[in-house]
Design a binder for this molecule. Structure first.
Ligand code: ADE
Ligand code: ZN
Length: 347
């Protein structure tokens, strides 16, 4: 596409951002649990909640940092008990994603949040697998699962989780690392990630969300991850940026999350435009959309509205990056890129 083809007026950008095909690579499926579904599942499963109603729960969504969010997020997930609950959760997400022209989503799930409440890991994986199958069949959206280890727990607990998941090895494509970042560096999980690497799993990790650039270095050098989740802190370390650019290591950036969790005071101060202009393979994602004020298109819309440096060329780059960074085959990526070009050519 010639540079002049990106000469699209700013007032046409919102429609283009919404219509362009895109992949979502950083979505915690438990973070798509809307308050209405929390209450419906609580009733269906006989779980009592410490909130009177949906409004009271939503009013509690005022976060000061990652930990203040995680406390509520883990409490919300306590209503998920049966395979049908995980299926319903996944289907609800895929319907929202399809409406946002997501063609492919790689879903994080946190088995330890459920197994510690006595929910078998197979219940979680079977329910989410069925949701992915339904999404492909009924919405034409492809889905894949990435099992995340909770980094506030021990490496031993991560090994036990991996062991329990191995009978379902064919149902997930990779592993990730999430939960409280500060004080839980990637090195803590060196041995379990080495084992996952031997098993041929894809590897990703949250790093540089609240933690320092050093955590991104160790995610790369110790864990050997293929993508960094968030990674916005990299801009504080020019040598790290150079490395990430040279190796085309993708960053799965989540703008609304970063503002809601006070990583940036306002969207206008977010570094998304700077990441792209530095040549990084940055992507836009929703993280925990039920908690942070919107799904993937809302992330694109609010970032582009607050950052006037972002143009149609950046929009195209972000969608192309999301395909490049996904764990699908080259032919599928080429097909999605053709669709993307068509949408831009018609704009
Ligand atoms: N789990 C769910 N959302 C998360 C985030 N933004 N960072 C770390 N762990 C998470
Ligand atoms: Zn995340």
């Amino acid at each position: 596409m010639a540079p002049s083809d990106f000469d699209i007026p700013r007032d046409r950008l919102p429609a283009l951002l919404c219509a362009m095909p895109k992949a979502e690579l950083h979505i915690h499926i438990e973070g798509s649990l809307e308050p209405e579904l929390i209450f419906a599942l609580a009733q269906r499963n006989g779980v009592s909640l410490p909130y009177a109603n949906v409004e009271a729960l939503r009013a509690a969504y005022a976060f000061t940092d990652l930990q203040s969010f995680l406390d509520i997020y883990y409490a919300g997930a306590s209503v998920l008990l049966k395979e049908q609950d995980f299926f319903d959760l996944g289907v609800a997400y895929f319907k929202r994603a399809a409406a946002d022209h997501v063609v492919h989503a790689e879903l994080f799930f946190d088995p330890q949040t459920h197994t510690e409440r006595g929910v078998p890991i197979g219940t979680v994986i079977e329910g989410l697998t069925r949701a992915c199958e339904a999404a492909q069949r009924e919405l034409g959206v492809s889905g894949a699962l990435i099992l995340c280890f909770l980094r506030h727990l021990s490496e031993e607990a991560a090994f036990a989780t991996l062991e329990a998941a191995l009978p379902y090895r064919g149902r997930f494509i990779g592993v990730g690392l999430d939960s409280s970042e500060k004080g839980n560096p990637p090195e803590k999980f060196a041995r379990v990630f080495a084992r996952c690497r031997e098993l041929g799993l894809h590897l990703v990790a949250h790093a540089g969300e609240e933690g320092p650039p050093a955590y991104i270095w160790s995610a790369l050098d110790v864990l050997h991850v293929e993508r960094i989740d968030h990674g916005v802190a990299c801009m504080g370390d020019p040598a790290l940026v150079k490395r990430l650019v040279a190796e085309r290591i993708p960053l799965t950036v989540c703008p609304l999350s970063n503002v809601k969790l006070c990583v940036y005071p306002t969207m206008g101060e977010h570094n998304l435009a700077a990441l792209l202009d530095a040549g990084l393979c940055a992507t836009v994602n929703s993280d925990d959309p039920a908690y942070f004020g919107g799904y993937i298109n809302q992330n694109y819309l609010e970032a582009f509205a607050a950052l006037p440096q972002l143009t149609a060329r950046h929009a195209h780059q972000l969608a192309a990056n999301s395909f490049e960074a996904s764990f699908v085959d080259a032919d599928t990526k080429a097909r999605w890129n053709q669709e993307l070009h068509k949408v831009f050519a018609a704009a």
